[in-house]
Design a protein around this ligand. Structure first.
Ligand SMILES: Nc1nc2c(ncn2[C@@H]2O[C@H](COP(=O)(O)OP(=O)(O)OP(=O)(O)O)[C@@H](O)[C@H]2O)c(=O)[nH]1
Ligand SMILES: [Mg+2]
Length: 429
């Protein structure tokens, strides 16, 4: 469900616009509309015009200044545009004012991203999350939506629906929101159960800006067959696959939803699985599109989001992907100098992948701990906890004591030892 239910084909020809505010982050003087262009294309719009304005602060009524709005109105009729897409989030009243003035639907950044999410959501979980985010987005904008629908239908003499209709709608939506939240809680519980079963394995999570190549790397490393597309937000579900580390060892590799700048917090929060996959990871692989002129801004955005997710203490490895697209050797060298600990790969040409695998195996080795535990008769109740969280390599007995050799991630083993201070153990490796 789009914010305003205009027919899709009705808003193919779009004008896109941005306002650059004083003090806005901009690196390398990068093209301010490049990302919006990609988003608009991903959503299926044909871009017929572009506008950019510098302003000290947003205009409270239109975001743009009044003169600029006039200019855009001229473009709308000249270019026959039927949609205006704006690069930031607009207040519901600003959307209404712009729509009144331009006489075409206006979609803001969140609305556009939600639209793409809706197009790409495939699993029940992703669909539920997107639906929930859409309803939350829609709720404060209900009033405007109704008056527009009526205007579209050419109803004369009625200014919007009666308050009763609006209230009924609001209540219906609020009820739907509650239902969807419950459904997500059920899904979360199920996920949590699955996660518990996997607690003993080393968990690696791929994170990064949208379109950096996370899914491609997952596929390459695990032959997972995850959808890879040159589109923003191709992935809307966390996919977890087993990653073979050699010597019979396995890790779990998880692909996540990409980040994007100016993505409202409630949209990211709606992707709780990503949040959990980040928080539960033993190792984060931060994938960066090395060929993107805006990569510093993207790194910053991802780091900010990760820090917000309280993962700042996590072990992170930076991976600059798509090095096959860098033509300028100097640019490549300067990246290497600036990020001496990073890995430089091309998932497409599989360059640098074996070095990356060695690094992963190395990190796994550092995190793996093997211990021999001796349990007296009345300590054996913790066996299920051991079996759940670690790999039992061998069991034996001495008298009435049980001897167990087990291995697991350092955090899992240390948790067991700390939670059960009475048990006797020796560290093997
Ligand atoms: N040239 C080149 N293209 C690549 C490379 N790795 C990935 N790509 C392309 O980059 C695009 C995005 O790749 P994905 O793997 O879908 O990126 P992602 O990070 O999963 O993106 P989202 O799921 O949208 O967040 C696709 O068209 C890939 O084919 C690479 O090493 N070199
Ligand atoms: Mg992906």
């Amino acid at each position: 469900m789009a914010r305003i239910e205009f027919d899709k084909k009705d808003y193919q020809k779009a004008i896109i616009g941005a306002v650059i505010l004083d003090g806005a982050r901009s690196f390398n003087g990068a093209d301010p509309l490049e990302e919006l262009r990609a988003l608009a294309n991903t959503a299926g719009a044909e871009i017929v015009g572009e506008v950019v304005q510098n302003r000290q602060r947003p205009d409270s009524a239109y975001y743009f200044g009044a003169g600029k709005v006039d200019e855009i109105r001229g473009m709308v009729s000249e270019l026959n545009a039927d949609l205006f897409i704006f690069d930031d989030d607009l207040a519901p009243a600003q959307v209404r004012n712009l729509e009144e003035s331009l006489q075409i639907p206006v979609v803001d950044r969140s609305g556009l991203i939600l639209d793409i999410f809706a197009l790409h959501a495939r699993t029940v979980e992703a669909r539920t999350q997107v639906k929930l985010a859409q309803l939350k987005y829609l709720l404060p904008r209900l009033a405007g939506r109704w008056s527009h629908l009526e205007r579209q239908e050419g109803a004369i003499g009625t200014r919007g629906p009666g308050e009763t209709q609006l209230e009924t709608d609001r209540r219906l939506i609020q009820k739907q929101i509650i239902d969807l939240e419950r459904k997500l809680e059920d899904i979360d519980r199920e996920r949590e159960n699955q996660r518990k079963k996997r607690d003993s394995l080393f968990k690696i999570t791929l994170v990064g800006y949208t379109n950096a190549g996370k899914s491609t790397i997952l596929n390459l490393l695990t032959e997972a067959g995850v959808l890879v597309e040159n589109k923003l937000f191709a992935t809307l579900d966390s996919t977890t696959r087993r990653l073979d580390l050699g010597h019979g060892e396995t890790a779990l590799l998880t692909d996540t939803v990409g980040f994007i700048s100016k993505l409202p917090a409630h949209l990211i929060a709606s992707f709780r699985s990503t949040l959990l996959d980040v928080n539960n990871a033993d190792l984060l692989l931060h994938v960066i599109d090395a060929s993107d002129p805006d990569l510093e801004m993207q790194i910053l955005t991802v780091n900010e989001e990760l820090n917000r997710m309280e993962s700042s203490g996590k072990n992170r490895v930076m991976i600059f992907n798509k090095i096959d697209l860098i033509d300028d050797p100097e640019q490549y060298q300067s990246l290497r100098v600036r990020y001496p600990d990073a890995y430089f790969v091309s998932a497409r040409e599989t360059t640098g992948i074996s070095e990356l695998m060695s690094k992963i195996i190395n990190e796994f080795g550092k995190s793996r701990m093997e211990v021999i535990i001796r349990l007296g008769e009345n300590e054996q109740g913790i066996y299920p906890e051991l079996a759940r969280n670690c790999r039992i390599l061998e069991t034996g007995s001495k008298g009435s004591d049980v001897i167990i050799r087990l291995a697991g991630s350092r955090s899992a083993v240390e948790k067991i030892i700390n939670n059960n201070p009475q048990i006797r153990y020796t560290t093997v490796a």
